[in-house]
Design a protein around this ligand. Structure first.
Ligand SMILES: *[C@@H]1O[C@H](CO)[C@@H](O)[C@H](O)[C@H]1NC(C)=O
Length: 492
């Protein structure tokens, strides 16, 4: 390949696996592929007697060598993915009941079992936390966010003196994932700040090149795991004026405005559009600055589909507060609620069952109710937080043909990538070797996406007998990174 002739390295014996994206899914799979192997610990017990006796049948085999479908049989849990329920119940038995039963798994480091792999990601490992679905972070108890082998609680305890509750902040989680990668010495498999620009099928000639901003490189991999999440491209309303500079589509633009000191109690209100958790986070952030908020959303506040109507009050008091604000009468705000410090704060003004009709250059927004009544509000900024789509532009037709419904764009809730539940193999891929996990397959919780990593690691292990050879071509930097695993590389 002309472009890479400067110093391309080609190694016939390298069976590289490629993972696209370095969020928690990629990190967890990298851990399993790096030789960390789960066994049933000899004196452990599992609270589920049936699962316990199945695990006891072949205790000398690691979990990666077992029949996952058999182990999953009869298990029930909060994910529709059976392997996710299995792995979750092995890592955190009975955690749904708030019990802290020790995991029956013993992790052994067996480097001879390691599978060469490369994890590509736009940012630092796990640092792309803001690219995750908001609910993935905020809805999870701390121990649900943790990855095998490093207790998040212990790590948090070291970082801050008094852990007030079981929930960690997004920044703490990001920092935990970064620490995890270095603690487990996974770093050599991570190629951060890379962008995948195209993926060609193994049978096609390699005319597609993978290009990062500065150093183009291409890889030939035996298997590819899609783990990008679904938060690359914020959804848009598609209304007039949406591209005006005061109209933003991410929470972080609000954070930036806050850190630049642009918002305070004398600011014009912030308009928040959307009724998900990210929108709620924006309402809360403005609320804490005592900046007035207009909160517009399509559903009614009593709609059972509204996420706030599904959250336990006790566990999520701040979201309960947002929900309370949403239920206030539009033009008759009730007395300001008090925050924990007892300060009086501006309540938000809810516009339930309203849609945005247009944004005007003079920072006026036109809202319209279900009944057609229009209200014009003056704002300092507008935040449209109504979900996001993955960016699968490196796949043919943006990956649509891989979806449950091939005519629709891929999305976490409406049209996930269709995979085999026990292997995470992509059903409509041309042949084996393409996997998907995480929000792309409809799994929105870190707690459960670890199951995808287990399914993929198992399938790779069990298929490994059939691998022949594959090549690896990269830049010097990449060959250096992979050097440990290269056997007598031949320079072309
Ligand atoms: C999707 O990702 C590609 C790089 O792979 C980038 O060039 C493109 O701008 C992205 N599209 C959107 C809409 O963000």
């Amino acid at each position: 390949h002309q472009k890479y002739n400067k110093n391309p390295l080609f190694c016939k014996s390298l069976r590289v696996k490629l993972m696209i994206s370095n969020g928690p899914s990629g990190i967890c799979l990298s851990y399993l592929l790096s030789g960390y192997t789960p066994y049933l610990s000899p004196d452990a017990s599992h609270p589920n007697p049936l699962l316990h006796s199945k695990l006891r049948e072949q205790p000398h085999l690691s979990l990666l060598e077992q029949d996952l479908e058999y182990l999953c049989e009869g298990l029930e849990g909060r994910s529709s993915n059976p392997v996710a329920v299995l792995f979750d119940s092995l890592l955190l038995p009975d955690s749904d009941f708030g019990l802290e039963h020790a995991s029956p798994l013993a992790w052994r480091y067996e480097p001879e079992r390691a599978t060469p792999h490369l994890v590509l990601g736009k940012g630092p490992p796990g640092g792309a936390w803001h690219a995750m679905e908001g609910s993935m972070l905020t809805l999870s108890l701390a121990n649900w966010m943790e990855l095998p082998g490093l207790k998040l609680k212990d790590w948090m305890r070291e970082k801050r003196r008094n852990v007030r509750n079981d929930r960690a902040t997004p920044a703490e989680i990001a920092s935990y994932y970064q620490h995890y990668v270095s603690q487990m010495s996974l770093g050599q498999s991570f190629a951060s700040r890379t962008t995948v620009t195209s993926h060609v099928l193994p049978s096609s000639p390699p005319d597609g090149s993978s290009v990062s901003e500065e150093v183009p490189f291409s890889l030939l991999a035996h298997s590819v795991v899609l783990a990008t999440g679904t938060h690359d491209i914020p959804a848009r309303l598609g209304v007039e004026g949406e591209s005006l500079p005061f109209v933003c589509h991410s929470f972080w633009e609000l954070e930036n405005a806050i850190s630049r000191g642009e918002l305070d109690q004398s600011s014009d209100p912030v308009l928040v559009v959307g009724a998900g958790l990210t929108a709620a986070d924006a309402v809360l952030a403005a609320h804490h600055l005592n900046t007035p908020v207009y909160h517009a959303f399509r559903r009614s506040v009593t709609d059972p589909g509204l996420i706030f109507n599904q959250l336990p009050k006790l566990l999520y008091p701040e979201y309960h507060k947002v929900h309370q604000m949403m239920t206030q009468q539009q033009h008759r705000p009730s007395p300001a609620p008090q925050d924990q410090a007892g300060d009086l704060l501006h309540p938000s003004t809810p516009f339930p069952r309203h849609r945005v009709v247009a944004f005007r250059p003079d920072r006026k927004c036109v809202l319209e109710s279900d009944s057609g009544q229009r209200t014009v509000v003056q704002v300092s900024m507008a935040l449209v937080l109504i979900g996001a789509h993955p960016n699968l532009s490196f796949l043919p037709e943006n990956g649509r043909p891989l979806g449950v419904n091939p005519d629709e764009p891929i999305s976490c809730r409406r049209n996930p990538i269709e995979v085999d539940p026990f292997t995470c193999g992509v059903v409509s891929a041309d042949g084996p070797g393409m996997y998907a996990m995480g929000p792309l397959v409809g799994e929105n919780f870190v707690r459960f996406l670890k199951g995808g990593a287990l399914a993929i690691a198992c399938d790779l292990k069990q298929r490994s007998a059939f691998w022949t050879c594959s090549g690896f071509a990269g830049t010097e930097e990449f060959s250096e990174r992979m050097n440990v695993k290269l056997n007598r590389p031949t320079l072309m």
